[in-house]
Design a binder for this molecule. Structure first.
Ligand SMILES: NC(=O)c1ccc[n+]([C@@H]2O[C@H](COP(=O)([O-])OP(=O)(O)OC[C@H]3O[C@@H](n4cnc5c(N)ncnc54)[C@H](O)[C@@H]3O)[C@@H](O)[C@H]2O)c1
Length: 330
């Protein structure tokens, strides 16, 4: 099997090369993302392996099919960037990594909550400069606060269990109403109740047509003044312009993001030498109560190992004609 890996970085090459010893596939590591311009690079490969911001739309998939590519292996859980109907019509199989350390993303969610609350990022810089003043660093006890989780799948449930450990009251909304939620002590509520009662709201549902801009001016109006909003799921769950308005009116007092609607043009690159052209993103950065990380919630050695093992196994199952247990169907 010849596999073209798009959007790769040093760490991808390192982990995949080491684990490929058991498979001996021909792996080509490309730094560029998969899109309409770069799709010719897939020529001569049986499969492509792509990540969160690669674009496998119908045009790209058609070209992949013409080149003889038969498998799109996502090395991530989300699949909103693949036109599944087009892939099925072209006979291209799509596989993903449905589960890998949910702790990685859940723990990063807590990192954002704790940093925003206790302002450790600001304290770190102050102490480095010999400034031991506490003005502006006051936080609040998480114990006893109400946290609302939208999406109670693998990551949402782990996040809930951690928050229960802090002594939070956890409310949850999920279209699937998962039974495990009750075991952890999550109170299942409707969205309006979650918005009205939560001091902190964290998003853990996938990006679908139903969840696109689930956080918009209407839902923001239903939230408590001073709410903390966290998104470690997918950028387009949030209408960023509506959130900026809510930051300006102080409806939102804390915003923690690991993902951003237009992140494909920014994240995973060193842009420090360039002028960033995205004015909406730069406005977000200008608030001192906004903390943004560049889609790193998954980035632990444990999660990487899980992603790499499952991806190579998915490719192997395809090669051997076995049932594809991680296939994504339209
Ligand atoms: N930042 C990162 O590095 C990173 C890494 C992995 C996953 N993610 C994101 O986290 C999301 C959740 O991952 P997971 O492993 O927990 O997925 P999962 O499939 O286990 O859980 C998703 C849950 O969302 C629920 N859901 C679906 N539509 C909904 C809706 N309209 N309203 C409320 N709930 C809805 C589902 O019923 C399910 O229980 C992924 O879709 C992905 O976008 C981000």
């Amino acid at each position: 099997m010849k596999v073209a890996f798009f959007s790769t970085r040093k760490y991808d090459k390192q982990f995949f090369t080491k684990n490929n010893a058991a498979y001996n596939y021909e792996l080509e590591f490309l730094e560029v993302p998969l899109n309409r311009h770069t799709v010719p690079l897939a020529k001569g490969h049986d499969a492509v392996c792509i990540f969160v911001n690669d674009q496998a739309d119908s045009q790209v998939l058609e070209e992949l099919a013409q080149q003889g590519v038969k498998l799109v292996a996502l090395r991530c859980a989300g699949f909103n960037n693949v036109d599944l109907k087009a892939a099925a019509a072209l006979g291209i199989k799509v596989v993903r990594v449905p589960a890998y350390s949910p702790y990685s993303v859940a723990e990063h969610t807590l990192a954002l909550i704790l940093t925003l609350n206790r302002k450790t990022h600001r304290a770190y810089n102050r102490v480095k400069e010999g400034n031991f003043a506490l003005n502006g660093l006051m936080g609040f006890d998480l114990h006893g606060r109400t946290v609302g989780l939208i999406g109670l799948g693998k990551i949402g449930l782990v996040t809930a269990a951690i928050l229960k450990g802090f002594g939070c009251k956890v409310l949850g909304y999920d279209i699937a109403q998962p039974a495990e939620a009750n075991e952890i002590g999550v109170e299942l509520v409707d969205l309006d109740t979650l918005y009205a009662q939560s001091d902190i709201i964290s998003l853990h549902c996938p990006l679908t047509p139903q969840t696109h801009h689930i956080i918009n001016s209407e839902s923001l109006n239903k939230m408590k003044k001073g709410v903390m909003l966290i998104n470690t799921s997918r950028g387009a769950l949030i209408d960023t312009k509506a959130v900026i308005k809510a930051l300006k009116s102080e409806k939102i007092s804390y915003l923690g993001l690991d993902v951003y609607e237009e992140e494909a043009d920014l994240f995973f690159e060193d842009k420090s030498e360039y002028v960033i052209q995205d004015d909406v993103f730069m406005r977000l950065l200008s608030f001192n109560n906004v903390l943004i990380t560049g889609h790193q919630a998954f980035f632990t050695s444990d999660a990487m190992q899980g992603i790499v093992s499952v991806t190579l196994q998915n490719i192997s199952d395809f090669e051997e004609g076995k049932a594809l247990k991680n296939e994504v169907l339209p």
